[in-house]
Write a protein of this length. Structure first.
Length: 308
């Protein structure tokens, strides 16, 4: 029952009249809905007149949430990337809901209005949340990796990166859960105003317009995502580049010579979290970009050290 309620609620969010009021990236869906899923699972699964133990409460809540997540995946409501990103908060909120449901069952008076009240809880929170003003949050993510090659050699590898093999990127969590991998990057022109086009798997591509090219110290750019550059089926709407929730602004590479003749290569990306979930969105946006940065830096290290 808990899983069925969650699935019905998620289907409802896809309706064009409901989506503007209660979005999938909202406290109502990410926190309150899983809370209700856990509470309903416990109240529905507990036998009347008997005490339900805390382990049983937790087990019912976790089982209901696992079924809910699986159902969203097999019905294509959510992609694997989004499901993995929400698992921690969904499970935590569901367990809290299950424990509250256990208290209500063991010590409260459960009647016919209890389950409907829990089911309506996200619908009460959602419209109130939609009245709050947007709180866009700008974040900067930077990773640095030491490369055993001089800055000049490393810099020459940045503009054009052709025929990227998957094993050159190393292991990355974000690619494992479905984020497309980069295939190549090609530079058209030179100096500020030139355009570096990055192509990924699943026909994803975008542009990096060079704002500063200072060999061998920096290659900086701003992001441009042309219309149709991100196919609808390539990325889930919640992690789409320059979609409704996250927008990439600018970034680039900076190079610092080291005493051993090598280079500290840094990759920086600045993004805007446009969702209403400031803390959670910033956390996952930063984690995803850091993981992606690591793969690109590993690639640059391999190219500069072995093909320099």
């Amino acid at each position: 029952m808990g899983a069925a309620y969650g699935l019905a609620f998620r289907f409802g969010l896809a309706h064009p009249d409901i989506h503007p009021v209660i979005g999938t990236i909202s406290a109502a869906f990410l926190y309150v809905c899983p809370f209700s899923v856990g509470a309903i699972a416990v109240l529905w699964g507990a036998e009347r007149g008997t005490q339900i133990t805390i382990p049983r409460q937790t087990g019912l809540a976790v089982s209901a949430m696992a079924l809910f997540l699986l159902a969203m995946f097999v019905t294509f409501l959510e992609g694997l990337i989004c499901i993995v990103l929400v698992v921690p908060v969904f499970m935590a909120a569901s367990i809290v809901g299950g424990l509250v449901g256990g208290v209500v069952h063991n010590y409260g008076r459960v009647n016919r209005s209890t389950l409907p009240a829990l089911a309506l809880l996200p619908l009460l929170v959602g419209p109130l949340e939609s009245l709050l003003p947007p709180q866009h949050s700008e974040q900067t993510v930077t990773n640095t990796l030491h490369i055993a090659a001089p800055p000049e050699t490393v810099f020459d590898k940045l503009a054009n990166v052709r025929d990227i093999e998957p094993n050159e990127l190393g292991f990355t969590f974000v690619h494992m859960i479905g984020l497309p991998k980069p295939i190549e990057a090609q530079m058209a022109g030179s100096g500020p105003g030139s355009v570096r086009t990055s192509r990924w798997e699943k026909h994803v591509w975008f542009q990096e317009v060079i704002t500063e090219s200072d060999k061998p110290r920096a290659l900086l750019y701003r992001f441009v995502v042309p219309q149709g550059a991100i196919p609808r089926e390539a990325l889930d709407e919640h992690v789409e580049i320059n979609g409704d929730y996250f927008e990439l602004l600018d970034g680039g590479f900076t190079l610092q010579a080291t005493p051993d003749g090598g280079t500290d290569l840094s990759l920086t990306t600045r993004f805007v979290n446009k969702s209403r979930l400031k803390v959670y969105g910033n956390l996952w946006g930063s984690l995803v970009l850091k993981d992606f940065h690591r793969s690109i830096l590993v690639l640059m290290k391999s190219r500069a050290e072995h093909h320099g």
